[in-house]
Design a protein. Structure first.
Length: 359
């Protein structure tokens, strides 16, 4: 049975005497980054070892196994620059995503744009909600070309994210077209099972990117789907393809090393991921809930509010499975975000939660 955290958020007043209805968000968990046999790097790796492709590593099996193992959503994001990634593959992934989607599970198609040797920066980026895909090995396709492509009017609703970002990747997070900046919504803090990219997250934020943390399994096979414990958490208004994309587009995301740790917060009544009007005080309402109340290692031990350069501006210790903490901070900072710790880890946070940006 799925556990949904319902998060009421105050809506803007529509008149002096009438309010809009409260928006309710469900917390859902899934994977934003995976590869089946349409990723040609899998074929190359197998060929070097004299092996054939695993016939079980199909799009169908990815969605089916994810669904059977309690994922609420699952994105297939194959590398687009290999011969295996054809228009037929592109269409097949979408068709299978739709076929496996129902009231309890959402399948999504994306692709991984992998720029490995471009003169204007290197790095891998996931792309969601696009009508087509680019081949990063084509002579004219660089990160600059990619940014210009995102800036086209027909790609206004396309969502892009930084994958397993090294701290100075993408030519130190350069922006080649300001009109493409808002297409970038997410950044992997967790890739596989390790939260290795917190410094890169801070660097991206410092360079003006409004990106929110996610976790990608980055599995290149079907075997890891059932074993993987990390998740991307989303606050969605509905568990549909549109609902998942809307949560990503509005940066209501977090990266977590616990497959069902529910987290949400508001600042001055605005949900995480939002732009917040500049104020003298910022009132946080942070809610964290661990459903596995029979496991002491899952107890929440600390929550931090963090700002520019990783500075902690508020912190509190806990020993509980459910916490509602309401700190208040002030300052002239560009953004704030939340880190959550539990008893299972002594070397860092268990969850990295979406920023809010001060405008």
């Amino acid at each position: 049975m799925k556990r949904f955290a319902i998060v009421p958020v105050l809506a803007l007043l529509v008149s002096a005497c009438q309010s809009a209805p409260e928006v309710q968000y469900m917390t859902v968990f899934g994977n934003t980054h995976s590869h089946c046999n349409y990723s040609g790097d899998i074929a190359k790796f197998k060929a070097k070892k004299g092996l054939s492709l695993d016939p079980k590593n199909t799009v169908d099996n990815h969605y089916r196994i994810a669904k059977e193992n309690g994922y609420d959503f699952y994105c297939v994001t194959d590398h687009s620059q290999y011969p295996e990634y054809t228009q037929e593959a592109w269409k097949d992934i979408k068709a299978k995503a739709i076929a496996y989607t129902d009231a309890a599970f959402v399948g999504l198609r994306g692709y991984e744009h992998s720029e490995n040797d471009g003169p204007d920066g290197t790095g891998h980026m996931n792309v969601y909600n696009s009508a087509t895909f680019l081949n990063a090995l084509a002579d004219s396709v660089s990160i600059e070309f990619f940014h210009n492509w995102l800036a086209r009017p027909e790609n206004d609703a396309v969502i892009a994210g930084f994958n397993h970002p090294q701290i100075n990747a993408y030519n130190d997070f350069a922006c080649y077209n300001e009109e493409a900046r808002d297409n970038f919504k997410i950044i992997e803090l967790i890739n596989g099972s390790k939260p290795r990219f917190y410094p890169s997250f801070l660097n991206a934020l410092s360079k003006g990117w409004k990106v929110s943390p996610v976790a990608g399994c980055d599995n290149h096979g079907w075997e890891g789907i059932a074993k993987w414990q990390c998740r991307t958490g989303l606050l969605v208004t509905e568990l549909t393809q549109d609902g998942v994309l809307d949560a990503m587009a509005n940066r209501r995301t977090y990266a977590v090393m616990d497959k069902n740790l529910e987290i949400s917060y508001t600042v001055n009544g605005r949900i995480m991921g939002s732009d917040i009007e500049k104020a003298s005080k910022y009132k946080f309402d942070i809610k964290v809930n661990e459903p596995d109340t029979d496991n002491p290692e899952q107890k929440i031990t600390k929550i931090e509010v963090v700002t520019e350069d990783g500075e902690v501006v508020a912190s509190a210790d806990f020993d509980a499975y459910s916490v509602n903490w309401k700190p208040q901070v002030s300052g002239d900072n560009a953004y704030y975000f939340v880190l959550v710790y539990n008893a299972s880890r002594t070397d860092g946070p268990v969850a990295f939660v979406a920023p809010v940006w001060i405008i």
